[in-house]
Design a protein around this ligand. Structure first.
Ligand code: ARG
Length: 448
């Protein structure tokens, strides 16, 4: 049963947060007169020494003491007799809820920093390749030309939303449950607001944020679920990006190459260079989704308040944090070493048929209703296909037969540079707009 029920093997990761919470709790006990100044000082010194031992990896964790909370309290009690008073007006239930909220605030900030670094690398890559055009795809069929920069900026947007999500999770975690006890608070005259302030559970004006219902406080795992959700959605974005890169690096596409450091060869086929880093990112995103599912399922059938099932919540949360962090770092490194093959890209985007919609727009500008213009260009594409020629090589006679507005300068539409320059509206892939977006993001990220 001991081996089955212990959690110290994984919750020791909360040790420094646990000590931080105990220091604040002790200060509060002192403030309300439950600890004497001398007792408080002894507890403080003892806790700080344990924190040093933990940081230096010298602390002796004991499975028989079950979890991080008991291990630290025991170690303290051995050194400091007054430690027997530390657990006054608290329970491991509000203790672990507090520790994990401190952990989540730290984790959200750490993920945000990594998201930020990846966004900067994407911006650098976009800037370096802002003149390279590739086909944009729908249904994985070549659709319309875009710049590599515009494509990469799509991921900068996604990561920007991810960042906002982590900020929201950190904000939701920013309420202090300490002092709620096992589930029904305490008869002792504690000062929860004081503890909350010491631990940094405060609003932007510095006002303490204290949870409002003792039962909810020890039963609630919303912010863990929200964190796992934010991680899994970031994972989905990274996975979609990874899939694009895998395709781009294939011989079939040939748009890009990644550096050797983030690829592997085959043990059998000497010519192979596999984009393993991106494949693993794609694979790990499945794990991030699994962690979210684990948490949701764990909580859904639990009666209020604390149930021991909840001890299992830390494993998926730690794993999501570790894996999303690793994915972000590897994505950053892999993209740093990525290069585009401008010739292959130019060849892929050279087919005039990618500008068929531009020709329809051309007719619209001459007063043809869009539905008719769409139909006419469709017919023109049919003729080009039947004759095995490019769309802009259909004869003037045939074009005029399809629609009498297809005359004169209609072939001018297929000038790719012009076609891109026209896409200057907000959100569009024209070069002027893309450069402005790169600038906007740099400003937002405080990068330049
Ligand atoms: N190790 C426990 C957990 O992580 C701490 C809370 C235990 N509470 C209890 N009443 N046994 O959930």
């Amino acid at each position: 049963m001991l081996a089955f029920s212990e959690s110290v093997s994984f919750d020791k990761r909360l040790a420094l947060f646990d000590i931080e919470a105990s220091l604040a709790h002790a200060a509060m006990l002192r403030k309300v007169g439950i600890l004497s100044a001398r007792e408080h000082a002894a507890i403080r010194t003892g806790l700080k020494a344990i924190a040093r031992d933990v940081s230096a990896d010298r602390f002796k964790w004991e499975t028989r003491l079950e979890d991080v909370h008991m291990n630290i309290e025991q170690a303290l009690t051995v050194k400091v007799p007054a430690a027997a008073k530390l657990h006054t007006a608290r329970s491991r239930n509000d203790q672990v809820a507090t520790d994990i909220r401190l952990f989540l605030k730290h984790a959200c900030a750490a993920v945000s920093e990594r998201l930020h670094r990846l966004q900067v690398v994407l911006l650098d890559l976009a800037e370096a390749n802002r003149k390279v055009l590739i086909p944009g795809y729908t249904h994985l069929q070549r659709a319309q030309p875009v710049s590599v920069a515009h494509h990469l900026l799509a991921y900068v947007e996604m990561l920007g939303r991810d960042n906002e999500r982590f900020e929201i999770v950190a904000d939701h975690a920013n309420w202090c449950p300490l002092g709620c006890g096992a589930l029904a608070g305490t008869t002792l005259p504690i000062d929860r607001e004081y503890t909350a302030t010491l631990l940094g559970f405060v609003d932007p004006k510095g006002k303490p944020r204290v949870t409002r219902n003792s039962m909810d406080s020890v039963a609630d795992r919303d912010s863990l679920i929200e964190f796992a959700n934010a991680c899994s959605l970031t994972g989905v974005h990274l996975s979609r990006m990874a899939e694009d890169v895998v395709l781009w690096c294939s011989r079939e596409f040939g748009f890009a190459r990644i550096s050797d450091a983030f690829a592997t060869g085959s043990s059998l086929m000497p010519q192979k260079k596999n984009p393993d880093s991106f494949e693993l990112i794609r694979g790990k995103s499945a794990r991030l989704q699994g962690n979210l599912q684990t948490l949701l399922t764990m909580v859904k059938g639990l009666p209020l308040t604390y149930n021991r099932d909840l001890q299992e919540d830390k494993i998926p949360v730690f794993d999501s944090f570790d894996q999303v962090s690793a994915c972000l770092e590897v994505a950053t490194g892999s993209l740093e070493g990525m290069s585009f093959d401008s010739e292959r890209c130019a060849a892929a985007v050279s087919d005039p048929v990618l500008l068929a919609t531009d020709l329809a727009d051309y007719l619209v500008e001459k007063g043809v209703p869009f539905r008719d213009a769409h139909h006419a260009v469709g017919a023109l594409v049919g003729v080009a296909e039947a004759e095995g020629v490019a769309l802009n090589a259909v004869s003037d006679e045939q074009a005029a037969q399809i629609n009498d507005q297809l005359k004169g300068d209609w072939r001018g539409v297929f000038d790719l540079k012009n076609a891109m320059a026209k896409r200057r509206g907000t959100g569009m892939p024209g070069p002027v707009r893309v450069v402005a977006e790169i600038k906007r993001w740099r400003r937002l990220l405080g990068d330049r």
